[in-house]
Design a binder for this molecule. Structure first.
Ligand SMILES: Nc1ncnc2c1ncn2[C@@H]1O[C@H](COP(=O)(O)OP(=O)(O)OP(=O)(O)O)[C@@H](O)[C@H]1O
Ligand SMILES: [Mg+2]
Length: 371
């Protein structure tokens, strides 16, 4: 038997007996075994629950079919009221924790009727407090999950880099040996390419790892935009040849203070997305332009692809926002934005379904003193 009877539960204390009779009569009491689910995340919010005995855990699903405990309710607490009052589905899953639990279930209709009959503007006040709470909680939980995902990505990438270091070093040494024994220009160029690509893989992995940890190192040097775009072309030539998309460039002669490797990755991510977007185009076209605008320069990357899906236009630059790609991590544009902001620049886009997308990047030529 539970330690608390229904009448002794604090939820009913201080309320006029005649008012709560109908509500108490509609209550059902049930025992849940340890770990047994009381309601599922996303389920209908059809009742309020009172804990008469034991403990209840509230859990949120996280990647990898796992659950993360967000909070607990103990004997004398009640839960599930937010969904009942707002009509929103359950934001979390509830289950009995640390042994069995006795739970009373008060059905939604009877509860709403009880609130309606209670004198004064209690219903409206409750609605407003609850909807405020609902938003705050949702925001908190989303933020927590985002951080969890970030730290998972950070750990994963660090361990990959660690495991890849030896093979990378061996390939790099091999390339250097071949280059020292075969001095013809073609072999020299191929070996040089191998080394550059290895360095690029290490840099890319380091960057994702830094981004996931919230670290943004920034070591600006003098960057010639024309050389940068040319480098980008050379590095990607083998890939571009495979794609049925033409890549055009029109770059003003601009020198700016920036970090070459990071700016290369901006192009890589945005042009990569643009090529993906032209998947179903008859004649896919991607264009990179850079214009000298006095103190700033403006880089645009445009395509005639399918356009950014409406569902993600408002939060495209958030981490893990991906749409319609099987292998997408959703980190590409988030990293791009963080790089542009590290350069004190700005990025925005214009897009139209089935017409194409243009990203506009504004970068200052000089970085000035850093805060
Ligand atoms: N130029 C574009 N045209 C159409 N859709 C785009 C374009 N750029 C981005 N998107 C959409 O935005 C989503 C997010 O892009 P983002 O680069 O952040 O992640 P991703 O490409 O899915 O994964 P990855 O981390 O591998 O880059 C893409 O999945 C795609 O649906
Ligand atoms: Mg991408």
């Amino acid at each position: 038997m539970p330690t608390l009877g229904l009448d002794d539960h604090p939820f009913f204390q201080g309320l006029e007996r005649t008012n709560v009779q109908a509500l108490a009569a509609a209550a059902t009491i049930r025992r849940y075994e340890d770990g047994q689910v009381i309601f599922e995340e996303g389920g209908e919010s059809d009742a309020l629950f009172l804990v008469l005995d034991g403990r209840v855990a509230f859990e949120k699903s996280v990647p990898g079919n796992k659950w993360r405990v967000i909070s607990y309710a103990e004997s004398g607490d009640f839960f599930g009221e937010i969904g009942v009052l707002t009509g929103a589905p359950r934001a979390l899953r509830a289950c009995a924790a640390s042994g069995s639990a006795f739970i009373a279930r008060l059905p939604r209709e009877e509860l709403r009727e009880f609130i309606r009959r209670t004198p004064g503007p209690i219903d409206q006040i409750l609605q407003s407090i609850v909807s405020h709470l609902h938003h705050t909680t949702r925001h908190y939980v989303d933020e927590m999950l985002r951080q969890e995902k970030m730290s998972l990505v950070g750990n994963m990438v660090s361990s990959i880099i660690h495991d890849f270091k030896n093979p990378f070093t061996l390939i790099s040494l091999g390339a250097q040996m071949i280059a020292s024994q075969h001095k013809d220009p073609r072999t020299q160029k191929l070996c040089d390419n191998m080394n550059r690509h290895i360095q690029r893989m290490v840099d890319m992995a380091n960057e994702v790892s830094e981004f996931a940890r919230g670290i943004q190192s920034f070591r600006p040097t003098r960057v010639d935009l024309r050389t940068l775009v040319q480098k980008f072309h050379e590095l990607n030539e083998p890939y571009f040849q495979k794609e049925h998309v033409s890549i055009e460039t029109d770059i003003d002669a601009v020198i700016l203070e920036g970090e070459e490797g990071k700016l290369l990755r901006v192009l890589q991510n945005l042009v990569g997305n643009a090529i993906d977007a032209c998947d179903e185009c008859k004649e896919g076209r991607v264009r990179i332009e850079a214009r000298d605008r006095g103190e700033n320069c403006e880089i645009t990357i445009s395509d005639n692809g399918k356009g950014i899906p409406e569902q993600i236009r408002n939060n495209l630059f958030d981490p893990f926002v991906t749409f319609g790609k099987t292998g997408g991590t959703g980190l590409g544009t988030a990293i791009v934005k963080s790089v542009i902001e590290a350069h004190k620049g700005r990025i925005r886009f214009e897009t139209a379904t089935d017409k194409g997308t243009t990203f506009f990047i504004q970068l200052p030529k000089a970085q000035g003193p850093r805060a």
